[in-house]
Design a protein around this ligand. Structure first.
Ligand SMILES: Cc1cc2nc3c(=O)[nH]c(=O)nc-3n(C[C@H](O)[C@H](O)[C@H](O)COP(=O)(O)OP(=O)(O)OC[C@H]3O[C@@H](n4cnc5c(N)ncnc54)[C@H](O)[C@@H]3O)c2cc1C
Length: 263
């Protein structure tokens, strides 16, 4: 069984700072890591290898340094990595990102399962998993909190809801997006990690032409949405002291809360 895991390299912070002049993310001095949910996705895939015979391919789209997250995935037990890197991929919105990742999965082919994290801590949209499933015409289950069993042509998973769980049997090939509850990711094995950083490591590099994609389909050109402006909301505190007897102060307070649609 072939399992493909999609992993993203992200800045190691949830406290995203914006440059007030340019509106761009401030990345200086911030280390890059594998997106936290994606470590759970890799663990889910290599964990499945212990249940059924499987081969795990980790795929990432990003600049050359994103190879580090593929090395980490190999260290955790993935069999091979594919880095999708091309200047033409820059500036992609989620549509263009999903097209590129979906096409890579299609080129790898013959897969039973695609596993993604639920959400990336920088982009934060949680759109990529469902959009890649749509691109590939696959059934998908999001918010997977446990992979219970794998049958010949189906996978049984538990899916977290706001106030409970669903057990879902989904035919394969399928795409799953996993949440942290699904497992505890293992640390990379030191020997495997060292091998993964050698020149002969099983990591392939693909650009747009390797995927058979035109530049008009990827990156900024292939994006259907464009960020016009990025800014942090400005907060302004206003205070007012209500004076008088208790009854009028309480009634004044209720009026203010109603006026501001807080009750
Ligand atoms: C309108 C718009 C314009 C944008 N413009 C730019 C831009 O100019 N430059 C820029 O850098 N970004 C840009 N982005 C952000 C970029 O589109 C997203 O980072 C990217 O599409 C992934 O979305 P996400 O981070 O929300 O991932 P999510 O949907 O939250 O991620 C879910 C899962 O999908 C998988 N995944 C996501 N991204 C990747 C990846 N790259 N490789 C492998 N797996 C992945 C992972 O498994 C991840 O856990 C833009 C986004 C929007 C909405």
């Amino acid at each position: 069984m072939k399992i493909i895991v999609l992993i993203k390299q992200v800045p190691d912070t949830t406290d995203v700072q914006l440059d007030p002049k340019t509106g761009n993310l401030v990345r200086e001095g911030i280390e890059s890591i594998m997106n936290p949910d994606d470590r759970h996705a890799v663990e889910a895939a290599v964990g499945l290898k212990e249940m059924v015979p499987a081969r795990v391919t980790a795929v990432s789209m990003g600049p050359a340094q994103a190879v580090d997250v593929l090395s980490e995935a190999l260290g955790m037990g993935a069999d091979e990595g594919v880095l999708l890197s091309d200047r033409a991929f820059a500036g992609a919105d989620t549509w263009a990102t999903s097209t590129t990742l979906g096409r890579a999965v299609e080129v790898i082919g013959d897969y039973a399962m695609v596993i993604c994290g639920r959400q990336a801590i920088d982009g934060d949209t949680a759109q990529i998993g469902p959009q890649v499933a749509d691109y590939l015409g696959l059934p998908h289950v999001s918010y997977v909190s446990a992979i219970e069993s794998v049958e010949t042509d189906a996978v049984v998973v538990r899916r977290r809801l706001e106030d409970g769980y669903e057990r879902i049997r989904c035919r394969m090939p399928a795409l799953l997006t996993v949440i942290g509850e699904v497992n505890v990711p293992r640390y990379p094995h030191v020997g495997r990690l060292i091998d993964a950083c050698r020149e002969k490591a099983p990591i392939t590099f693909w650009n747009a032409a390797d995927l058979g994609l035109k530049t008009a389909e990827v990156g900024l050109e292939g994006s259907l949405t464009h960020v016009v402006k990025t800014f942090a909301p400005k907060f302004r505190r206003r205070s007012e002291i209500l004076e008088g007897d208790t009854r009028s102060v309480v009634s004044g307070l209720l009026d203010r809360l109603k006026e501001n649609r807080l009750i």
